[in-house]
Design a protein around this ligand. Structure first.
Ligand SMILES: Nc1nc2c(ncn2[C@@H]2O[C@H](COP(=O)(O)OP(=O)(O)OP(=O)(O)O)[C@@H](O)[C@H]2O)c(=O)[nH]1
Length: 572
């Protein structure tokens, strides 16, 4: 039975620990997590049933535009089953490989997961990676086969895969169509029946895990918490175990998925707390909160996410530095997996060196800076971390990809493990893999440590001036082809200017590739015959605005996108 509950009538004391289920939906990208979340929200009355509910939990503009989930969101649902009311806390998770850090964080607040597998595509790379995250955290795993409405759906085959790869009996699989709502109620029942209630004691002192946080311009930091013990109410004085600062609780409540204030939060529940944290660094993800006079042992927290891709970020104009600094600080509160270090460059001035989990992660961060904080930035070509030994050691030949193992999932799919140099996969490996396999292959990775390799630094010169932001580390065998394609791409990206520009790639003092951009002067007034002065002014203003998006290096104007586009494939 489905229940709807109005905003005013929620009394959370009616939900003791055994009436609570905390769960996540995990899946490979596009297998239908957000669509299933929409149906669950509709069926439990958290949102009205309309055909406009598309990815309600995907709140960020970048998520809606790209159709991907970046940030995990939480929604509390009320559901009646066996004549009892249950409080189900759903934590949505992203699917892309770059965001698996968010998945592990969400999992820490849960006792079970719905593992969604597309009935047509079957098990993919992130299905496997996410399964192991849940399995290692000893969560209850409910396999859900989605998209059974598709003409070429083959749930039988997917059930065999699940049995073979995950050792879960096929009878445990639930076949659904999240799009049409088919069998989704069975999923809700399984959440209550198969996922255990949280291990939290109402009689213990208040103890909460901060598993996520976001910044609100008016109210400061909003923390998402899971209560492992006790209860908390407005006016309580709480302490962060991480830095021992004390705060007064101003507001607390449930996320449905919008904030819904309540009187209290109790053991086992998941919700939000606003407690006057103003500085973005105060809400440490993984921190433990407790009452001022009742200290508790801190929860284990999280392993910090490891940055795999680094890039420089600089303001378009140095006068925008303070604004950009605060935008980066605010955004890193919402995404603590980004590492930030101050940096400066001769050509681009003061800026930062940021570390990301992958290239998509970096692009999404950049897009969010522009969309949510109205900041315009220059992003330099991404690099990966290297360890350099500066003596002339005997060099060992670089290891390209080395196959580690191969497992047949069924007669059509095979899972292969390779050891790759990270540099080979960060930029466009994923896109190339997708296009070569017509979208069938999927990919996931984990860090396997450092290996020795024959690497050299390649510089890019514009009219003889080295551009530090475009310098890259390349494998010796690839230097010539990489240099050539970078010069060609720069030639395409940099607009012709009033003088000739030489674009060169160099190793030390040796030039290995060169392109020339011919001189040109764009006369925007060429088509304005005769006198309309306002039209002329408009065109000149537009041209000046266009120039603002350029960066002057020496005398050469370089568009800000050049710094990242130059490493990508040509057809992008
Ligand atoms: N035919 C069919 N399409 C579905 C079903 N469920 C989801 N889809 C479609 O599959 C696509 C991906 O669905 P999403 O819910 O956005 O997938 P997701 O797993 O949340 O994706 P990420 O958040 O980016 O990981 C969308 O176009 C959905 O409309 C289903 O049951 N049947």
């Amino acid at each position: 039975m489905i229940s709807t509950q109005t905003k005013e009538s929620i009394d959370l004391s009616k939900f003791p620990v055994d009436k609570i289920r905390n769960f996540s939906i995990i899946a490979h990208i596009d297998h239908g997590k957000s669509t299933l979340a929409d149906r669950l929200l509709e069926m439990t009355g958290a949102i009205a049933k309309t055909d406009k509910n598309k990815q309600v939990l995907d709140k960020l503009q970048v998520e809606r535009e790209r159709g991907i989930t970046v940030k995990a969101q939480t929604a509390s649902l009320f559901y009646s089953h066996h004549g009892q009311q249950y409080l189900l806390n759903l934590i949505d998770t992203p699917g892309h490989v770059d965001f698996s850090y968010e998945v592990s964080r969400s999992i820490s607040a849960c006792q079970g997961v719905l593992l969604i597998v597309d009935a047509n595509q079957g098990i993919q790379a992130q299905t496997v990676a996410n399964f192991y995250l849940a399995f290692e955290a000893q969560l209850a795993i409910i396999p859900v086969i989605n998209k059974i409405d598709l003409r070429n759906a083959d749930p039988e085959r997917v059930e065999s895969q699940i049995e073979k790869v995950f050792d879960i009996p096929r009878e445990e699989c639930i076949r659904i169509s999240a799009k049409l709502g088919t069998n989704v109620e069975t999923v809700l029942k399984a959440v209550v029946d198969r996922i255990p209630p949280p291990l939290a004691c109402p009689n213990d002192p208040f103890k909460a895990l901060v598993f996520d946080s976001c910044f609100d311009h008016y109210r400061g930091v909003v923390t998402n918490v899971a209560l492992f013990g006790g209860q908390v109410k407005k006016g309580d004085r709480i302490v962060s175990a991480h830095h021992s600062k004390t705060y007064e609780v101003n507001e607390l409540g449930l996320l449905r998925p919008d904030e819904h204030p309540t009187q209290r939060l109790y053991a086992g529940q998941v919700g939000y707390i606003i407690a006057g944290m103003k500085d973005v660094k105060e809400a440490q993800i993984g921190d433990t909160l407790h009452l001022q006079d009742q200290p508790v042992e801190a929860l284990p927290g999280f392993k910090p996410a490891k940055a795999m891709v680094f890039a420089g970020m600089y303001p378009m104009d140095q006068s925008e530095y303070p604004g950009l600094r605060s935008a980066i600080e605010r955004l890193t509160l919402n995404d603590s997996s980004v590492t930030v270090q101050r940096d400066s460059s001769l050509a681009l001035g003061a800026g930062w060196r940021l570390g990301f989990l992958g290239l998509l992660h970096m692009e999404v961060f950049n897009q969010r800076l522009e969309q949510e904080h109205n900041a315009s930035v220059i992003v330099t070509a991404p690099t990966v971390p290297y360890k350099a030994i500066l003596s002339s050691a005997k060099l060992i030949k670089s290891r390209r990809a080395v196959q580690k193992n191969m497992v047949y999932i069924d007669d059509q799919r095979v899972m292969m493990k390779y050891l790759f140099p990270l540099n080979e996969i960060v930029v466009d490996f994923y896109d190339q893999l997708k296009s070569l396999s017509s979208g069938y292959a999927s990919f996931d990775y984990e860090n396997a440590g450092y290996q020795t390799a024959e690497l050299i630094k390649m510089d890019i010169l514009l009219n003889g001036n080295p551009v530090e932001e475009l310098a890259t580390v390349v494998h010796r065998n690839r230097a010539y082809s990489t240099g050539k394609s970078m010069c060609e791409r720069l030639k395409d990206t940099i607009p012709r200017q009033m003088f000739e520009i030489a674009v060169q790639a160099a190793i030390g003092s040796k030039i290995i590739a060169r392109e020339t951009i011919k001189a040109y002067r764009k006369n925007v007034l060429a088509k304005c015959y005769g006198g309309d002065i306002t039209r002329k002014m408009k065109l000149l203003k537009k041209q000046a605005e266009g120039k603002k998006k350029m960066r002057l290096i020496g005398r050469v104007e370089v568009p800000k996108d050049a710094f990242i586009n130059v490493l990508k494939r040509k057809d992008k």
